[in-house]
Write a protein that binds this ligand. Structure first.
Ligand code: PLP
Length: 715
């Protein structure tokens, strides 16, 4: 009989698959082993377990009575990996031997793996998790940034400071892929003058394999070794090289591993060079002409565009393209102008730079935006690529983003779901009937659960503020003040996201006097928690952030507005699970979708948002609150002024009123009705299972050459 595995061996196996990160019971096991250390290690169980010998861990698990929990988790883990009766088995069998290759420059799966900066990455992470749960044959391809995205601290002037820390890949849930000879597999991409080498880091995300390319190998010069150090850092040269590695290197990595994807899904244009490598391989292996290879490649290409903001579309000048893509052009039989034409709206226009989004459109037959409104905007924006078509006929559909339920739903809220929704509801999250059961939850129970989650957020917020202050040598009395910051009973509004200027984090401050008056109403107090990072090169974003930090330090707003440093997935989780209201006020129509508000929905918080992105199609007048009426003014200042007025009017006249209207049991019945309505009408639709199912039936299966059961996506 084989020897029984030690708890150390079982937990190590679990920790090396990020599946654990969306299993609250497993998270709880790691936490119980050593809560303080686990937090210090950014909830990284691989690193935690390295600090324990099997014997020491055995003893610790006995003290905490964890053995049966561990055995149960281990059994569930094994069953999950082995299951062969998934949604994907019946709906995506066509992809079984040749999966979808999902390319993304960032993946936000868990706070301990810092290869993401914001919404795009978290969306990619949620996509992998749902693909895993659904059993969709898919592999992820990205880059391994060994310094990740930056850590944020705010200095005494309220200005953002960035620091980067080198991660030790030994303490990450990664393995370096090796060939049959036991040596690391090394792939390369070539520029005119050098080769860029990379190894392949393998990450398990449930059933899904994610491959991250890492240029930090001895074969490279020192300069190239730091190519993949940072996410979205560096200049245009770094950028084009990273994108070459992601697209071309990514395809070569798949080839080296022995994966021949049937469908290429480009999550944003960063990976569009992948199409060129597919074309090259077809010409080389199948003897096709360039035109035929392009047509075939595009037929199996899927492209998701993510932003109408111009700066979000990478452009490279002819010199950069020639230096870096010259060898590829030669292999494709294209001269400089032929190559440039692939990234130009007008192939004849020699003044046009090379745009990755244009390349992505030209190398994929199926393209989609990420919300209904973003679809309309994208068709208008890219109509220039199909000048012979009318705007409605532009072939860009939409699949609205969604979030991975298990990753964002609070454990206490799940208890309610388990009781009022049908058994195994989590396997059917895309069905409205399943969510209709939420009607049955009693108002008192929903309210108490929500209040408990909010209290937890307030405690967490205080501990973050105290840590921030301690780093700045705050006095004991200052720390004592912070330990009582904010009122767990007060209406609490959250705002957390990247501080990109179009997101207008400071919109609520347009009329600071009026805001202060509303916030300080003794009977109906209101408080705000802000959190988020500005891109290191974004001076405007940083000055918006500074404005909020400085205001939070004034006598008028102390205790009414707080700013929490170093936003990450862990902050998101606390915030979206605990706030009453989630504020989102981008300048319409620049928020392609937005997803953070969807995370709030699952936990009973209400959205308060500009009618942009997903909210423009989701809002029904009782499932949350709207800022403005969807009208867009050509003048930004006028638009901002109007939205700011609408924001504060709705806050004062609707939100505060309804929230504080209590019955004899001190329950806000109207508010609770809205919470229930929000979960019921939005939960089934804005989750990542529904999103991935839409991608499978609407794009992957058709791109793989099969019939699709339902075409929800294309206009
Ligand atoms: C969900 C999430 C986002 C997306 O936020 P939006 O408000 O939708 O832009 C960004 N960053 C993190 C860490 C997230 O978890």
């Amino acid at each position: 009989m084989p020897a029984e595995m030690t708890v150390h061996a079982k937990l190590t196996e679990i920790a090396n698959n990020l599946w654990w990160s969306w299993q609250p019971e497993v998270d709880d096991i790691f936490r119980r082993i050593d809560p303080i250390r686990f937090t210090e290690l950014s909830h990284n169980p691989v690193q935690l377990l390295k600090e324990y010998t099997p014997n020491k861990l055995e003893k610790r698990c006995r003290e905490e009575v964890l053995h049966s929990k561990i055995n149960w988790a281990f059994r569930r883990f094994k069953e999950y990996l082995a299951s062969d009766s998934t949604w994907g088995d019946t709906h995506a069998g066509l992809l079984n031997f040749r999966p979808v290759a999902y390319f993304s420059a960032e993946f936000g799966i868990h706070e301990s793996l810092r290869v993401y900066s914001g919404g795009l990455g978290v969306l990619a992470g949620d996509h992998l998790k749902s693909a895993s749960d659904l059993g969709v044959p898919l592999v992820g391809i990205g880059l391994f940034y060994h310094e990740g995205y930056f850590s944020q601290a705010i200095d005494e002037n309220g200005w953002q400071q960035e620091t980067y820390t080198e991660v030790d890949s030994e303490t990450m849930p990664l393995t370096v892929l090796k060939g049959p000879d036991g040596k690391e597999i090394i792939i390369s991409v070539e520029t005119r003058n050098e080769k860029i080498y990379a190894r392949i880091m393998h990450v398990m995300v449930g059933r899904i394999r994610l491959y991250l390319l890492d240029a930090n190998v001895p074969q490279n010069s020192d300069e190239i070794r730091s190519l993949t150090a940072r996410l979205y850092g560096g200049d245009q040269t770094t950028r084009i090289r990273q994108e070459m590695l992601l697209g071309i290197g990514g395809m070569r990595a798949l080839e080296a591993i022995g994966i021949n994807p049937r469908v290429i899904h480009m999550n944003e244009g960063h990976s569009a060079f992948a199409g060129l490598e597919v074309i090259r391989q077809r010409m080389h292996k199948d003897g096709m002409t360039f035109d035929n290879a392009l047509r075939e490649t595009a037929a199996s290409g899927v492209f998701t565009t993510h932003t109408p903001v111009a700066a979000g579309h990478d452009r490279f000048d002819g010199g950069l393209i020639d230096y870096h893509l010259g060898p590829m052009g030669d292999a494709l039989g294209l001269d400089h102008h032929g190559l440039m034409a692939l990234g130009r709206v007008d192939p004849q226009n020699h003044h046009e730079t090379f745009c990755m989004t244009v390349l992505a459109f030209k190398t994929s037959r199926r393209a989609n935006a990420v919300s209904n409104l973003h679809g309309v905007v994208s068709r208008k924006m890219w109509a220039c690529l199909w000048p012979w078509r009318s705007e409605e006929e532009i072939p860009i559909g939409h699949i609205t983003n969604g979030v991975h339920v298990n990753s964002w739903l609070a454990t206490q809220m799940r208890v309610i779901y388990d009781r009022v929704l049908p058994a195994e509801w989590f396997l059917r999250t895309g069905e409205p009937e399943v969510w209709a059961g939420f009607e049955q939850v009693t108002p008192g129970e929903l309210w108490e659960t929500h209040q408990a989650l909010k209290a937890r957020l307030i405690v967490y917020m205080r501990s973050c503020l105290m840590k921030q202050a301690a780093r700045k040598n705050a006095s004991d009395s200052e720390l004592a003040d912070l330990s009582e910051m904010m009122d767990p009973q007060a209406l609490t509004i959250g705002f957390a996201r990247r501080f990109a200027p179009y997101k207008r984090a400071d919109l609520i401050l347009h009329d600071a006097k009026r805001l202060a008056r509303i916030a300080h109403d003794a009977n109906r107090p209101v408080q705000f928690i802000f959190c988020g990072k500005a891109h290191p090169a974004d001076e405007i974003g940083k000055s918006i952030l500074q404005k909020i930090v400085r205001l939070s330090e004034t006598d008028e707003f102390r205790g009414k507005i707080v700013f929490l440093e170093d936003y990450d997935i862990n902050f998101t989780r606390h915030l979206v699970q605990g706030v009453d209201v989630w504020l989102n006020n981008p300048r319409r129509p620049l928020e392609a979708s937005g997803t953070s508000g969807q995370k709030v929905v699952l936990n009973g918080g209400l959205n308060f948002s500009v009618l942009d992105g997903w909210w423009a199609e989701a809002y029904d007048e009782t499932n949350g609150f709207a800022i403005g009426d969807g009208h867009i003014h050509a003048n930004d200042d006028i638009q901002d002024q109007r939205d700011a007025e609408s924001l504060i009017d709705v806050l004062e006249n609707q939100i505060v009123k309804i929230y504080y209207e209590r019955d004899t049991d001190d329950l806000p019945q109207d508010w609770i009705m809205r919470m229930k309505h929000s979960v019921k009408t939005l939960g089934w639709r804005y989750n990542a299972d529904r999103m991935v199912m839409d991608y499978v039936t609407g794009t992957y299966i058709p791109a793989a050459g099969g019939e699709s059961a339902e075409m929800r996506m294309m206009p």
